[in-house]
Design a protein around this ligand. Structure first.
Ligand code: 5GP
Ligand code: ZN
Length: 122
């Protein structure tokens, strides 16, 4: 369960299991799951188990737990027909504010496999 959560937030509901998700890795402070509208196969979202809309709202201990999870995902995620992300390319993306294309108001990092030239960024 999240320590600071917003009952109306879709990602807080995912953390609590109130909305189903395809979980990839979970730690005491971090939750990761497949994006429902993937930009490429294996597109993952990594979120703090703390409700905050922008990066600057998240306590350091939560932020410090996230990048090691991203790193682990690049080594363990085995894409169908492709090598691990650590052997190919990938983008890590984190949007803050609607002007920066943020839609969901709970901080999230995108991990987007870059398997061919056609795979775009958000
Ligand atoms: P943003 O534009 O806010 O950085 O990205 C939000 C991301 O959340 C989008 O890529 C979108 O597909 C994803 N998303 C939105 N709602 C859900 C949901 O209910 N489940 C999952 N798995 N992903 C979601
Ligand atoms: Zn939330």
């Amino acid at each position: 369960t999240s320590i600071a959560h917003d009952a109306a937030c879709i990602f807080c509901k995912i953390i609590k299991g109130e909305i189903p998700s395809f979980k990839i890795i979970e730690t005491p402070l971090t939750y990761s799951f497949l994006d429902i509208q993937p930009i490429s196969q294996g597109h993952i979202l990594i979120i703090p188990k703390y409700h905050g809309a922008r990066l600057h709202n998240i306590p350091d201990e939560y932020l410090a737990d996230i990048l090691p999870v991203v790193k682990k995902l690049t080594k363990v995620l085995d894409l169908d027909q492709y090598d691990k992300l650590s052997d190919i390319g990938y983008n890590v993306l984190q949007n803050n504010g609607s002007i920066a294309h943020q839609v969901v108001e709970h901080v999230h990092f995108h991990l987007i496999p870059k398997k061919d030239e056609e795979t775009g960024l958000i």
